[in-house]
Design a protein around this ligand. Structure first.
Ligand SMILES: [Zn+2]
Ligand SMILES: [Zn+2]
Length: 172
């Protein structure tokens, strides 16, 4: 759990109070079942209390280990996301962007999980010009060429062709 105690911030209005965590993220079983591992996340947030509102700002950093969408090799992808929220006792009131606080704590876990899920690219790539697999023989084309291209098109150009004509089915 990523739990923030609001007491100190409330006792010192206008002064940011810092919280730091480095730990494994709960609630990402779906990702893990899909073959994406998430390392421990580093979370650094400050909370500033001002006129009834708790202003939260911070960063979440970590890494995914997942499969390249083209060549299926394991690939490590670092991510860094930002958090910015407002909280208040009693909830939104007139300002609908304000999140409710119950008791003296904020549990940030859900927000962090949300931001990490959003940080995962739809198509993770080991490199922007990954050549992928040969559609014919399955050769990993980053490692070696194969003899399946009778038209002799350079795979990099073929990739460019796919980008320019996204409707055509590629190797992915
Ligand atoms: Zn790749
Ligand atoms: Zn081939």
């Amino acid at each position: 759990m990523f739990r923030l105690d609001l007491g100190t911030a409330r006792d010192r209005p206008g002064q940011p109070v810092t919280f730091e965590f480095r730990k494994k993220l709960p609630g990402i079983e779906q990702l893990e079942e899909a073959g994406t591992a998430v390392g421990p996340v580093e979370v650094a947030v400050t909370i500033t209390y001002l006129e009834g509102l708790y202003w939260l700002e911070g960063t979440v950093d970590g890494r995914f280990v997942t499969d390249c969408a083209r060549c299926l090799e394991r690939v490590e992808i670092r991510f860094g996301t930002k958090l910015a929220e407002k909280y208040a006792r009693g909830g939104p009131g007139a300002d609908t962007e304000v999140m409710p606080v119950e008791g003296d704590f904020i549990d940030l876990t859900e927000k962090i999980v949300e931001s990490v899920l959003l940080a995962l690219p739809m198509k993770p790539l080991c490199s922007p010009d990954c050549l992928g697999l040969c559609a014919e023989c399955g050769q990993v084309l980053n490692k070696a060429a194969c003899d399946c291209r009778p038209d002799g098109i350079d795979p990099r150009l073929a990739e460019l062709g796919r980008l320019l004509n996204p409707d055509k089915k590629g190797v992915e």
